[in-house]
Design a protein around this ligand. Structure first.
Ligand code: MD6
Ligand code: FE
Length: 210
């Protein structure tokens, strides 16, 4: 390994906006362990299509794990896309999410859920704000595994200009504080194949909802 490839393998610490930190490659060292934990969650809580608030099926497939309190807060009899099955968060993933939060300046982070999104070719996620959590002082920790995507990080109005951020396997974004309510989304995915995840991109978001 020469100096350059060694440098390229180091995780980065990039402040995209105040309170929004991108750490490229931070999850790479534990990729196999993390993906095994994801597969375990999906075996217990199978992927299903997410549903919009108006009841339309979305292209992204989702699953969740977390505490019983978080599940009670999220479960809605009107929205069967929140399933009656919510395994606990795997310890390896929670420990990592806590370390990510500390590195980003959020040592008080105490996640009670991990939401999983799975994308494949053409899957996108429309511009949205994460505003259904009880305590908006808590940040969100987001881990990307598998195929790359273009993530759009905008402002505080839906129509604000967005920054385009390439998210690759192993990248981590943490955002909170003054960036917590930024609009964001994912552009339609390009087809591809990843050695660990095949034709998919997985995104894990840790948050405190209850
Ligand atoms: C995704 N992420 O990366 C979708 N939300 O596939 C999100 O919607 C998201 O990454 C809040 C905080 C971080 C995120
Ligand atoms: Fe989001």
């Amino acid at each position: 390994m020469n100096l350059f490839s060694q440098l390229a393998a180091e995780p980065t610490h990039e402040e995209i906006f105040p309170g929004a930190v991108l750490m490229r490659g931070l999850a790479l060292a534990q990729e196999a362990e993390f993906f095994a934990a994801v597969e375990h969650i999906l075996a217990v809580a199978p992927l299903h299509h997410a549903m919009t608030p108006s009841g339309l099926l979305m292209s992204v497939m989702v699953s969740d794990c977390g505490t019983p309190e978080a599940f009670r807060r999220r479960w809605d009899p009107q929205n069967p896309s929140v399933r009656r099955m919510w395994p606990p968060m795997p310890r390896v993933l929670v420990d990592f999410a806590l370390r990510c939060a500390v590195r980003s300046g959020f040592p008080q982070f105490c996640p009670d859920t991990c939401h999983i999104n799975r994308y494949q070719a053409a899957t996108k996620l429309g511009i949205h704000q994460d505003r259904h959590e009880f305590d908006l002082h808590q940040p969100i920790v987001s881990i990307s595994l598998g195929l790359e995507c273009i993530f759009l990080l905008g402002g505080f109005q839906r129509t604000d200009k967005t920054k385009r951020i390439l998210l690759e396997h192993g990248d981590v974004i943490v955002w909170g504080g003054p960036s917590r309510m930024r609009f964001h989304g994912v552009q339609p995915m390009k087809p591809g194949h990843h050695p660990l995840t095949g034709p998919y991109r997985y995104n894990l978001t840790f948050r405190k909802v209850a």
